[in-house]
Design a protein around this ligand. Structure first.
Ligand code: SF4
Ligand code: SF4
Length: 365
């Protein structure tokens, strides 16, 4: 398992996490076994929003043995008063359900306390002014919430929340379908705007935990995929992990079989992780923009081409830390020998050898 560092706090977060949205399909024993097996495989980051309250017992049993080893995302705005999941911006209900859920999970704190699933301005206004936000700040002071976080599908709402300066983690829907097509209401925002947002997350020190990495399964099915062909889970996970700011990808699992499928990512070869074919099917990807996929490696001169591009893009947005990371690299854009290997290898049409001149001029090295 690979771990990435939460910028504000320093916790090590496994690149593979687990979402509980579909765990109601398993019985209590299998829920417990699935979480236990995930932890054994090195997963230490869990989101607990199942479709109904049935899985809580199994989740609590597994968590009880490992509470200090894992991070859990618990949401202010999810409620289970009728057994099934419900969404609310009603503060008393959201708060009592948040505390009840912590108790159901057998814990008294959330590593990440979430402002839950806000996609509209009016809903965000209700959250910020109607009691939920005040509670979240108070809970953080009291240690009931260790880090403030939010989930949204909207780039606009994400930016409003980033602007508060209070958040350490964002849960965002991220996959090639949402980035490059308008085939889903969840994929709000143009491709370039979404990429800019990922960079803004990174610049603000807000880690990203990815939801809907397979677009609800549509990307795994050629008949449903807007690209006319299926991608694999491994490709979708790698695609998300390559984006700026992303710390962890949280696929939803229905039980042990799904978990086994997800864990295949850990042993997948570079070829299996490659999502090169996306370049043939998503026209917008051909905007000749580096998506940090590393397909052009190895550079004969030893440059880390994707990383150089990532730092450059962030530095252009004013990220001084990224600029510093660039300067500390062993090899810089100015070390490019213009061999053209990357130009011939890039499936996204980036003329990288020329771009290296731009980057070298920008940084002066
Ligand atoms: S230049 Fe092309 S192949 Fe290389 S990392 Fe960027 S997008 Fe990928
Ligand atoms: S053109 Fe430059 S960056 Fe690209 S592969 Fe050759 S040396 Fe590396």
């Amino acid at each position: 398992m690979e771990y990435r560092t939460l910028p504000h706090g320093g916790e090590k977060i496994s690149v593979l996490g687990l979402g509980a949205g579909s765990l109601h399909n398993a019985d209590t024993a299998e829920v417990e076994r699935t979480i236990e097996a995930a932890i054994e495989a090195g997963v230490n980051h869990f989101d607990f929003i199942p479709s109904n309250s049935k899985p809580f017992e199994g989740m609590a049993r597994a968590l009880g043995r490992h509470r200090d080893e894992v991070h859990i995302q618990v949401h202010l705005g999810a409620e289970y008063t009728k057994g099934d999941y419900g969404w609310t911006t009603d503060a008393p209900l959201a708060i009592s359900e948040f505390e009840r859920r912590l108790a159901s999970l057998g814990t008294d704190y959330a590593d990440f306390g979430f402002i839950h699933c806000i996609d509209e301005d009016a809903d965000l206004d209700r959250v910020m002014n109607g009691g939920i936000w005040d509670y979240a700040l108070h809970a953080k002071q009291e240690g009931i919430i260790r880090h403030l976080a939010f989930s949204t599908h909207s780039t606009h709402i994400a930016r409003r929340l980033v602007a508060t300066g209070e958040f350490d983690l964002a849960m965002f829907s991220l996959n090639p379908m949402y980035d490059y097509t308008d085939a889903s209401e969840y994929g709000r925002g143009e491709a370039s705007d979404r990429m800019a947002l990922y960079q803004e997350f990174e610049r603000a020190g807000i880690g990203v935990s990815v939801m809907k990495p397979f677009a609800g399964g549509r990307l795994l099915d050629a008949a449903q995929s807007p690209f006319g062909r299926a991608l694999t889970r491994v490709q979708c996970i790698q695609y998300a992990l390559d984006k700026p700011g992303v710390l962890t990808v949280l696929p939803g699992v229905r039980g042990m079989d799904d978990l086994r499928e997800i864990l295949k990512y850990l042993d997948a070869s570079p070829e299996e992780r490659d999502y090169l074919e996306l370049a043939d099917v998503a026209p917008q990807v051909r905007e000749a923009r580096c998506v940090y996929c590393n397909h052009c490696q190895p550079c004969p001169a030893g440059l880390q081409i994707a990383l150089i591009n990532k730092y450059y893009d962030l530095a252009c947005l004013g990220d001084e830390l990224a600029a510093d990371h660039y300067r500390n690299l062993e090899l810089h854009a100015s070390d490019c020998v213009a061999c053209g290997h990357c130009d011939s290898r890039c499936p996204f049409g980036v003329e990288q050898s020329a771009h290296m001149n731009t980057i070298a001029e920008y940084f002066g090295i």
